[in-house]
Design a protein. Sequence first.
Length: 115
Amino acid sequence: MTADYAARIARGTVWVDMAGELRGFVVFHPDGSDMLLETVATHPDHVGRGIGLALIAFCEAEARRRGSRAVRLYTNAAMARNLTLYPRLGYALDGRREEDGFARVFFRKDLAQTP
């Protein structure tokens, strides 16, 4: 992983869930008229408590507030849990392709059609 999170925090594209300790974080930013949800992660000590879902919902709410048409994301094709999670959250499959040596699965959630 080579992401420069200090720079992303300075740009205001990283949001952290804290309650006395790091519980999770989400990275998203505008990409054209859509919001790109780049990363969502939950600390291992807090998995299964709904923090990841809350962070995704926060991204979607921010996207709506900013007038984005949709939230787009991608995941590694090997992440079987993600492949079933995102459709349950209203995301539609938007393609599969190899990028940067990874088999990626792309999803999109149109915000005009969802609350």
